[in-house]
Design a protein around this ligand. Structure first.
Ligand SMILES: Cc1ncc(COP(=O)(O)O)c(C=O)c1O
Length: 416
């Protein structure tokens, strides 16, 4: 287990310096500009932590060298990513299978344009990262939602016991996926979110192998978005989809980046990785412009992160785990009726608020009356309404404050 300092972020910055009131005066990203000053922003997937020192140095170094032109390819990012993938996940990535894109969203769009130029039907498990729906508006696809199935974890209360504050586990519904693939019209592409946002779910190797088998059998092209994979929690093994796709003969690419792991979304650099030589032949036809649209600053930030930002990453993960333990206690003690899904990767927590007594649109009530901004569950697709997503990448006091604000607007408890 990685040791963490209870008073500082993963880079040693005191939590006092991550006070939201202070950050609001220093940062200009969406997290800090979308809502009025009195709203505590725990919505978009950005971290409050300071950028890892090795990444700061890389960015400063490139700016001081005036190395701010165009990119012509992944260069040092291919070996940096491949080494990270081998060391963390046991995935051997030949360097020439790594291609550049501006960000993961662009990687998804460009892959779909290339592999399925005629569009068609694309399936995705829901509830899922809401921007997928916007991204898929850029390509001629009809979206087929396949809700995750839920499995009670055994933590069920007996008669008279309090309702559990932990939500059931979610999993891919492989039977429903097969029905969709086998239907007429079938499915042309599948967008896998692995680990799955918003649940922080790490798909099991068996589920992924079965998905690969089905994709090969029904000729479905799979884009596996693995942006949250570097953030797998300690002891939770992440399985990359590409080797399974290659073994099953499924056509697949992986889109990923350092942007969630090290909070670099604004530096604009991601990779698209071909699962095998067949996929790579097609990926070589990516328009050269796609690489030029990635940022040279983002590329060097990503190289530093994958190569030298691993200790920082481990401390960030340990902080998320500690913050999630804190949230679990607070939800149990202060938010009756709320059920949380414990994330196995990342720093986003999916909250079921349907029994919290906050009406049909709990996200709106919490924003309006508690002045806490969460992500609205309804925007995550089928199965999302009545839920909200909360961001744990902050100082523990920020989580305490958010929970207290929400606790104050809950209806009074019925006497037992
Ligand atoms: C699953 C998933 N994919 C993609 C993105 C966006 O990545 P990018 O900013 O690189 O497009 C996010 C952002 O939170 C995400 O959670």
């Amino acid at each position: 287990m990685t040791a963490i300092d209870d008073c500082t972020d993963p880079g040693g910055v005191p939590f006092a310096e991550l006070d939201p009131a202070l950050l609001r005066t220093q940062r200009t990203s969406l997290k800090w500009t979308r809502y009025p000053e009195d709203v505590l922003p725990l919505f978009v997937a950005e971290m409050d932590f300071a950028v890892a020192p090795v990444v700061q140095q890389a960015l400063i170094g490139r700016v001081l060298a005036s190395d701010t032109g165009y990119l012509d390819g992944p260069g040092p990012l291919a070996p940096a990513f491949a080494d990270f993938a081998r060391d963390r996940w046991g995935w051997d990535v030949p360097h020439d299978r790594v291609h550049l894109a501006t960000d993961v969203a662009t990687g998804i769009v460009e892959s779909l344009r290339l592999f399925r130029p005629g569009g068609g039907r694309i399936a995705l498990p829901t509830p899922v990262y809401p921007s997928f729906f916007e991204v898929l508006d850029e390509v001629p696809f009809e979206v087929v939602e396949i809700p995750l199935r839920t499995v009670e974890s055994g933590e069920v209360s007996g008669s008279g016991a309090p309702r559990p504050s932990r939500a059931p586990e979610a999993r891919l519904d492989l039977a429903a996926i097969e029905r969709a693939f086998a239907s007429d019209p079938g499915v042309d592409a599948f967008l896998l979110c692995s680990p799955h946002n918003p649940h922080g779910l790490i798909h099991s190797p068996d589920d992924l192998a079965e998905l690969a088998r089905l994709a090969a059998r029904y000729d479905v092209f799979v884009v596996s978005d693995e942006i949250h994979a570097p953030l797998a929690h300690a002891g939770r093994a992440f399985t990359p989809f590409a080797p399974l796709a290659a073994a099953a003969g499924a056509l697949s690419v992986t889109t990923t980046s350092a942007s969630k792991g090290w909070n670099l979304a604004g530096t604009k650099c991601s990779v698209i990785v071909a699962a095998d030589e067949r996929a790579n032949e097609t990926l070589r036809n990516l328009p050269p412009e796609v690489a030029c649209r990635a940022s040279i600053l983002g590329l060097h930030a990503s190289v530093a992160a994958f190569e030298r930002g691993r200790d920082w990453l481990d401390r960030a993960i340990a902080r998320f785990e500690a913050n999630d333990r804190l949230l679990a206690e607070l939800v149990r003690d202060r938010l009756p009726g709320v059920r949380r899904t414990p994330p196995r990767a990342g720093y986003l927590v999916w909250l079921d608020l349907r029994d919290a007594g906050l009406g049909d649109d709990p996200h709106e009530r919490i924003l309006r009356d508690a002045r806490v901004a969460l992500n609205d569950g309804a925007s995550f697709g089928e199965g999302g309404s009545g839920h909200a997503r909360l961001n744990l990448a902050c100082a523990p006091d920020t989580i305490r404050e958010a929970v207290e604000r929400i606790a104050r607007i809950l209806p009074p408890k019925e006497p037992a």
